[in-house]
Ligand binder design. Structure first.
Ligand code: FAD
Length: 813
């Protein structure tokens, strides 16, 4: 389709809440001509969550995507009104901390905001109480205050955007319920509604809590659950009588530890609570209602007093003036949650033309809608929305039993402190690698990631800790961490370590066009000799990194692609139509055991007759061999900077493989090692981790991976002959002191925030903390910078990549 045809297509948006109206407005702005918005309720007070959202809009976020979406929401709403009434009230916000732990976390929150281009201040209780006189300054120890946050008038914002879309040519129909999404098996064709069939080439589902029920009419399940959320408004409070008529004027208050938030609604106080158990609403209840419906509103349920009482105790502890206040308005509102708290954005893999814009807070809705509209119209989104990618969940995560429990947890944890290394609240043990049982016997400490259980360290190695140097570590980064990882790191560098790499994706690509297909999908030719291995990248149409992969040529038309996640499989599949290829995800049918370290060759030579010598089995080659009677594909690559191989075997053979390798590793004074050691070793070596260090926002050169692409070659998806001008660079830092930053901590130079950390660890072989950070292009290697961590500053230096074994002698030995 050329761009003219694109803009002639018929687009139907389901839902005229703030998300649906925003996407319609943005699509029109981007040149779409035929946009129809349908809502089952009357316009614009439709009865969705937008109709009664109190509208606290917080920019500050640990997620760059969420913060940037909120930035755009605020900027846009600030410039809009409905008949002179504003869509955004810049009241400012105060987040209070009762405990030192929370205050420290608020400092981190401020730093995240700085990383993504916004700032606030840590203030003392008296200043906070001065800004909002309802606060009792003796009830908390400090606060985070911002002026650039406030109250989004969500309903008014929906109407303003709806009106603008209409003036740009969009059509809006209220009281028009979509009863079914219609398709021809591969693409959407329209919607059945209470007013008849409406044809569509493209549908954007923005139906809030009703989203899953509607998606299911097209055979698509979305990992989301609508939740009841309590909100109440007091009678007038004498202390703020002067605020009458202001709507919202005082900085709103978030009291994380109490699980509650408060804003003034004129001279009354509106209070929302997350301090209650999860109250999920079934699709049946949200679509058809139940006996608890409140005020005949489809997204409000009767208030459950027993859930409210603990929250109320917290409210009056912080705001004693509210103690005897009646609550004339109180209800349980409804809006949807996802398992990880991020929205669902993107096109479904099941149906072409079915786009999802779901599970958005009013806060992020407008920014997310704009980004989705940009993707729909074929441009690169200004905001990287990878974190909200609809297809980020793997198959097991989509099982209703799993995602509904995770959505419950996600609701209850809305106000919890989130540590980046924390395991999920469950369900656990959903996906075990074929080595799991063996690792359990060694005291493997398991943490889950995308439902896989992965070992971070082995308690069986605890005695090695006394043999390594003691290293100070700050309290935060010492959580979910053990010095045993350090022992495993050093043992691997000194002798040998075995690592379970099974959770990474293994994809077989076979068929007549396998070479042509993979050459197109990858950013350099991968059709070297049989037995070759190539490290390269897959890029999207905009030249940004979709994944980093190793491609092993096993036979002429037979490749093994080592990728990152199931999205790689989808990416390959979605581009394969024109090729005679077969793509098979063999991840769950196989296991992958990596043997790395100076003794790796010795370990394997005792188990195989194959020639493992450097001359015969070179770095970046692969071969089928038999190890202790087990057929394996041995791929000579390393993610830790040591000599070694990844061994891929049938699942059924993995227990035997583990036993034999472990025996030989132990005979050579080696260890079984976990992800903790893997992380510190790969960071020390300069190796990136996709999803953490780089995403679909980044180009190869920006991420320091220009060596993995060949701009001189043509015919590679997304690869142009000239690298785009870099907007920022992923750099290495060495950091002084004992505080290890975690993702998102800001980096400062000359008093100005110049970037943020992606990953960091203590480099046990280097004896210093090493980090990667996205930095402004002006910050050069050798610059002195500082990393701000929970209010403290650590001196750091920008250094060249690859700190350990710069020449790469060890991997080639
Ligand atoms: C009590 C409460 C407090 C909140 N506080 C905040 C806050 O402080 N800050 C914040 O950012 N967010 C807050 N939220 C969340 C926020 O209100 C919502 O996340 C946001 O409004 C969602 O907008 P939406 O457009 O996605 O969904 P909705 O506003 O729910 O819109 C979905 C629309 O789809 C329509 N629809 C559904 N089914 C069909 C169908 N079959 N056919 C046609 N139309 C259909 C509905 O009628 C509805 O209009 C709160 C929510 C509640 C309930």
């Amino acid at each position: 389709m050329n761009s003219k045809e694109v803009h002639m297509r018929k687009i139907v948006v389901i839902g005229a809440g703030i998300a649906g109206t925003a996407v319609a407005d943005e699509l029109i702005k981007l040149g779409e001509k035929d946009v129809t918005v349908l809502d089952k309720g009357p316009l614009f007070k439709t009865g969705g969550a937008t109709s009664h959202a109190p509208g606290l809009v917080t920019r500050t976020s640990a997620s760059e995507m969420m913060q940037r979406c909120a930035d755009y929401t605020i900027t846009k709403l600030l410039g809009m009104d409905v008949d002179g009434l504003p869509c955004f009230l810049a009241t400012g916000a105060i987040e209070v901390a009762v405990t030192p732990e929370r205050l420290s976390y608020l400092k981190r929150r401020r730093e995240f905001a700085q990383s993504w281009g916004f700032d606030g201040r840590i203030i003392d209780p008296d200043e906070a109480a001065h800004l909002n006189p309802l606060l009792d300054p003796t009830a908390f120890i400090g606060a985070y205050h911002t002026t650039g946050e406030g109250i989004g008038k969500a309903l008014r914002g929906a109407e303003a955007q709806g009106r603008r879309a209409i003036s740009g040519g969009a059509q809006f129909f209220g009281n028009c319920e979509v009863t079914r999404i219609v398709h021809d098996g591969t693409s959407v064709t329209g919607v059945e509604t209470t007013q008849g069939f409406i044809a569509a080439d493209l549908i954007v589902l923005a139906a809030g809590g009703w989203g899953n029920a509607l998606a299911k009419t097209a055979g698509v399940t979305l990992p989301m659950v609508a939740m009841e959320h309590q909100y109440a408004i007091t009678a007038p409070i004498a202390r703020i009588s002067s605020e009458k008529g202001t709507d919202a004027s005082l900085p709103f208050v978030r009291y994380w530890e109490g699980g509650v938030y408060m804003r003034n609604e004129d001279d009354c106080v509106g209070i929302g609570s997350f301090n209650h158990k999860a109250l999920p609403v079934s699709d049946e209840e949200i679509v058809h209602g139940n006996s608890r419906r409140y005020a005949n509103d489809p997204s409000m349920f009767e208030f459950t007093q027993e859930d409210w009482d603990p929250a109320w105790e917290e409210v009056i502890a912080l705001m004693p003036d509210l103690r005897d206040a009646p609550l004339p308005i109180k209800y349980n509102g409804v809006f949807p949650y996802t398992p990880d708290g991020y929205p669902l954005l993107g096109q479904t893999k099941e149906l072409t033309g079915l786009w999802i814009l779901e599970c958005l807070w009013a806060t992020h809705s407008v920014g997310a809608a704009r980004s989705l509209a940009q993707v729909i119209t074929g441009s690169a989104p200004d905001i990287d929305i990878t974190q909200g990618d609809l297809n980020r969940f793997d198959e097991p995560e989509l099982a209703p039993n799993d995602y509904s429990i995770r959505c419950d947890n996600s609701y209850v944890d809305t106000y919890a402190i989130h540590h980046p290394n924390e395991p999920s609240g469950g369900p656990r043990n959903r996906r075990l690698t074929p080595f799991h049982a063996k690792q359990e016997t060694l005291g493997g400490q398991f943490f889950d990631s995308a439902t896989w259980e992965r070992v971070r360290w082995f308690e069986s190695n605890a005695e090695l800790v006394s043999k390594i140097p003691a290293v100070d570590r700050d309290e935060w980064s010492a959580k979910f961490w053990s010095p045993i990882s350090g022992a495993e790191h050093l043992a691997t560098r000194e002798t040998v370590g075995m690592f379970d790499m099974s959770t990474l994706r293994r994809i077989l690509v076979t068929g007549r066009d396998a070479s042509a297909f993979l050459n197109f999908m990858c950013a350099r030719n991968v059709d070297g000799n049989v037995g070759s291995v190539i490290y390269t990248l897959m890029l999207n149409e905009h030249g940004r990194i979709v994944s980093d992969v190793t491609v092993s040529r096993i036979a002429d038309s037979h490749y093994l692609v080592g990728g990152n996640s199931q999205r790689d499989v989808q990416w390959l599949q979605s581009h394969s139509d024109a090729y005679d290829v077969h793509i098979e995800d063999i991840t769950t049918n196989t296991g992958c055991l990596a043997i790395w370290g100076p003794q790796a060759r010795t370990v394997l030579e005792t188990l195989t007759d194959a020639d493992m010598s450097n001359e015969s089995f070179k770095y970046f080659t692969n071969r089928e061999i038999v190890l202790a009677g087990v057929p394996v594909t041995a791929v000579r690559v390393s993610y830790v900077g040591e000599l070694g191989w990844e061994l891929i075997a049938d699942k059924a053979d993995c227990a035997k493989l583990w036993d034999e390798v472990y025996r030989s590793v132990s005979d050579n004074s080696g260890v079984a090692a976990g992800r903790g050691a893997l992380t510190s070793m790969r960071i020390e070596k300069g190796y990136r981790s996709y999803g953490t260090d780089m995403t679909r926002a980044d180009t190869p050169e920006e991420a320091g991976l220009g060596f993995a692409v060949r701009r001189s070659q043509s015919g590679h998806l997304g690869l142009t002959s000239q690298a785009p001008e870099p907007r920022r660079m992923l750099r290495s830092l060495t950091i002084e002191g004992s505080t290890v930053p975690t993702f998102g901590q800001p980096v400062f130079a000359h008093g100005k925030c110049v970037g943020s950390v992606t990953s960091a660890e203590y480099g046990w072989s280097q004896g210093t903390i090493i980090a990667y950070a996205w930095l402004a292009t002006s910050v050069e290697i050798g610059s002195e910078v500082s990393v701000h961590i929970a209010g403290e500053q650590s001196s750091a230096r920008v250094v060249a990549d690859c700190q350990f074994d710069h020449e790469g002698l060890r991997v080639r030995s």
